[in-house]
Design a protein around this ligand. Structure first.
Ligand SMILES: Nc1nc2c(ncn2[C@@H]2O[C@H](COP(=O)(O)OP(=O)(O)OP(=O)(O)O)[C@@H](O)[C@H]2O)c(=O)[nH]1
Ligand SMILES: [Mg+2]
Length: 425
C-alpha cells in the first residue's frame, strides 16, 4: 500500500513560566528582583526526508508534541527553549497548516514549522519600575499552537505513464527501468503508483506508472482518480495507447478528457504519445497508425512513437525522447522548483492587536481579542500584584476606556478568554 494521505495532531510546546525571585547577598539586606524569563516552547517541524517513500510512518503515531520551555530561575537565569518535535516526511508531501498556510516539502532537508511553541513568560525582573521596585509576580508561559493538520503526498516523478488499463504501461516501466511492477492481461493490474528510474548518460529521470484510467476516472471510477494527483508534479506525460486495441483514437480521447476533468494543469502538460505492443500488428499498420496520430494531433503533442515492451523495438528511441523532452521542458517543472518556500511564516504573539468589548445579559462585560486574551492568560489573577499590573496594562491599551464607554462601572465582572474577574478601578 502506498500511504499518500495522513492526518496528524501537532502541538507546540508551552512557554516556560517567568520566575519571581529577589537577589540575596550577604551584605545587601533587600535585593532587587532577579527572576529570569521562561524559555519558548519547542516547535513541531516537518522535515523532508529522502529515505521515506510515503506517509506510512504516520500510522504508528498521529500525535506530535514539542517540549515545553524551561521555567525562569533566580539570578536572572532564563529557562531553556523547549525541544522541537521533528517529524520526517517523504519528499513530495504537501501540508495544509493550522492557519491556512500551505507547505510543500520537495527538497531533502526542507523544513516547515507546523506548530509554533508558545512564548515564555517574563520574570519579575522585567516588571521592576521606579514605582514598582519589588514586583512579586511574573508572567506564565503561553500554550503553543495546536490542532489537526492534513498531509498529502504527491510523488516527485519527472514523467508519468498514463493510459487505459492494459495499455502496457507497467510493461514499459519494467522494460525501461529496474522497477518490477506487476504485469498481467487483465485491467487494473496496477493498483498504486510505481516509480522507476530511467538511467541516462549524465542524469536520471523518475518515471511513475499509475493505475489505468477509464471514463469517469476523475469522478472516482476505477482506481486512477486516487492517483491522478501523483502526476500533477510531472513535467511530461507519456500517454500509452495499445496499437492493437479496438479504437486507439477513442482510447486517446477518453484518457485526455479524464486528465482535464481532474485538473486543467494535467491537460496542459507536454505529452509524448506512445503506441504500444507494436509486435502484435504488421509493421505497415504500425506506420499507418503513427502517421495517422501525428496528423491528427499535430503540434499538440511532443511526438508519436511506436514501441514494443515485448521485443524492445522503439524502446531506445522512447527513452531518448523522454530525456530530450526533459531537457527542454522539465527545467521549469514544479518537481524541481518548490512552489512555496516551506518556511514562510514567522509568528510571535507580540502586539496586542485589536479587541472588542461587549455587554452581556446580566451586566457582565466580555472583552475579545487574541492579544488581550494572551495577556490575561499570562497572569495569575489570584495574585493581587499581577492583577494590579494587568489593570494598568488594560488601562494603557485602552480597554478600560472602551469598557467605560460600554457602561462599565467599578466592581463589574469582566470576562476575558477563560477568565472572569471583578475590576475595581
Ligand atoms: N505482445 C505484447 N504484449 C504486451 C506488450 N506490452 C504489454 N503487453 C501485455 O499487455 C497486458 C497488459 O500489460 P500491462 O503492462 O500490465 O498493462 P498496464 O497498462 O500496466 O495495465 P494496468 O496496470 O491494468 O493499467 C499484459 O498481458 C502484457 O503482457 C507488448 O509490447 N507486446
Ligand atoms: Mg499496470
Amino acid at each position: 500500500m502506498l500511504y499518500d494521505r495522513a492526518k496528524i495532531y501537532v502541538e507546540g510546546g508551552r512557554g516556560g513560566d517567568g520566575c519571581v525571585s529577589f537577589r540575596r547577598e550577604a551584605h545587601v539586606p533587600k535585593g532587587g528582583p532577579d527572576g529570569g524569563d521562561g524559555g519558548r516552547g519547542g516547535d513541531v517541524v516537518l522535515v523532508c526526508e529522502p529515505s521515506l517513500r510515503d506517509l506510512s510512518a504516520m500510522r504508528q503515531g498521529t500525535h506530535f508534541r514539542a517540549s515545553r520551555g524551561g521555567h525562569g530561575q533566580g539570578k536572572r537565569r532564563h529557562g531553556a527553549r523547549g525541544e522541537d518535535s521533528v517529524v520526517p516526511v517523504a519528499p513530495g508531501t504537501e501540508v495544509g497548516g493550522l492557519h491556512g498556510e500551505r507547505f510543500d516539502l520537495t527538497e531533502p532537508g526542507q523544513r516547515a514549522v507546523v506548530a509554533h511553541g508558545g512564548g515564555g513568560g517574563h520574570g519579575n525582573k522585567r516588571f521592576a519600575s521606579s514605582t514598582r521596585q519589588a514586583p512579586r509576580f511574573a508572567e506564565r508561559g503561553v500554550d503553543g499552537d495546536s490542532g489537526w493538520i492534513e498531509l498529502r503526498l504527491k510523488l516527485l516523478a519527472d514523467s508519468g505513464l498514463v493510459g487505459l488499463p492494459n495499455a502496457g504501461k507497467s510493461s514499459l516501466l519494467a522494460r525501461m527501468t529496474r522497477a518490477a511492477p506487476k504485469v498481467a492481461e487483465y485491467p487494473f493490474t496496477t493498483v498504486e503508483p510505481v516509480l522507476g528510474t530511467l538511467e541516462g548518460e549524465d542524469r536520471q529521470l523518475v518515471l511513475a506508472d499509475i493505475p489505468g484510467l477509464i471514463e469517469g476516472a476523475a469522478e472516482g471510477a476505477g482506481l486512477g482518480h486516487e492517483f491522478l494527483a501523483h502526476v500533477e508534479r510531472c513535467g511530461l506525460l507519456v500517454h500509452v495507447i495499445d496499437v492493437a486495441g479496438d479504437d486507439p483514437a477513442a482510447a486517446y480521447e477518453t484518457v485526455r478528457s479524464e486528465l482535464g476533468a481532474h485538473d486543467a494543469r494535467l491537460e496542459a502538460l507536454p505529452e509524448l504519445v506512445v503506441l504500444s505492443k507494436r509486435d502484435l500488428v504488421p509493421d505497415e499498420d504500425v506506420e499507418r497508425a503513427v502517421g495517422e496520430s501525428r496528423g491528427r494531433l499535430g503540434d499538440a503533442v511532443v511526438d508519436v512513437l511506436a514501441v514494443s515492451a515485448a521485443t524492445g523495438a522503439g524502446i531506445e528511441e522512447l527513452s531518448a525522447a523522454i530525456f530530450a523532452a526533459a531537457s527542454t521542458q522539465m527545467s521549469r517543472t514544479p518537481a524541481s522548483v518548490p512552489e512555496f518556500e516551506a518556511e514562510h511564516r514567522t509568528y510571535r504573539p507580540a502586539g496586542v492587536g485589536g479587541f472588542a468589548v461587549e455587554r452581556l445579559d446580566g451586566g457582565a462585560f466580555r472583552v475579545e481579542g487574541r492579544g488581550i486574551e494572551l495577556l490575561v492568560d499570562r497572569h495569575d489573577l489570584s495574585n493581587a500584584e499581577a492583577l494590579a499590573y494587568l489593570e494598568q496594562r488594560l488601562r494603557e491599551i485602552g480597554v478600560l476606556k472602551a469598557l467605560q464607554d460600554a457602561g462599565f462601572e467599578p466592581g463589574d465582572e469582566v470576562r476575558i478568554g477563560e477568565e472572569a474577574f471583578e475590576l475595581h478601578v
